[in-house]
Unconditional design. Structure first.
Length: 154
């Protein structure tokens, strides 16, 4: 059975990555309340269904994309159930072609591993290389659930 802790509203006792440290530092500094759980490693959207139920929230899908030259990077935050259409998004952004960024750039640029892409990754983007793109359906929600930059806390 997939382990999910009780709901917590404080940072983890042990912060595992620089990104995770920055996430909780920012949330506390800005006095933004949050609920979170600790879990076994959750990688796929299917892994998130039980987490969603526990936290009574809607998880989002955060995709790390780039242009053909791998010089422009995008975090696309959309609803978990919405299929990704690269051609449609490329057209809306007037970009000739968007694709998934290579795995080797994922950790280097986002500060996390596959499965833990999060809007918070932009906090580590000191060169301002990442452009954030929010799906309208996400923006219309009161709040949403995302990773803290790890695959074991949401």
């Amino acid at each position: 059975m997939f382990y999910i802790s009780a709901i917590k509203n404080t940072a983890p006792a042990e912060l595992k990555t620089e990104l995770q440290k920055e996430v909780y530092k920012a949330l506390d500094k800005l006095q933004i309340p949050y609920d979170r759980v600790e879990t076994e490693e959750a990688i796929t959207m299917e892994d998130c269904i039980l987490i969603n139920e526990k936290l009574k929230m809607k998880m989002v899908k955060t995709l790390f994309l780039c242009n053909r030259q791998k010089t422009d990077f995008y975090l696309f935050i959309t609803t978990a159930d919405k299929p990704f259409n690269s051609k449609e998004l490329s057209s809306k952004l007037n970009i000739s072609r968007l694709s998934f960024a290579p795995i080797e750039l994922f950790e280097e640029i986002l500060g996390t591993k596959i499965g833990a892409a999060t809007v918070f990754s932009v906090m580590l983007d000191v060169n301002k290389n990442i452009k954030l793109i929010f799906d309208k359906n996400v923006i219309n929600e009161e709040f949403y659930g995302c990773s803290d930059g790890t695959t074991t806390a949401n």
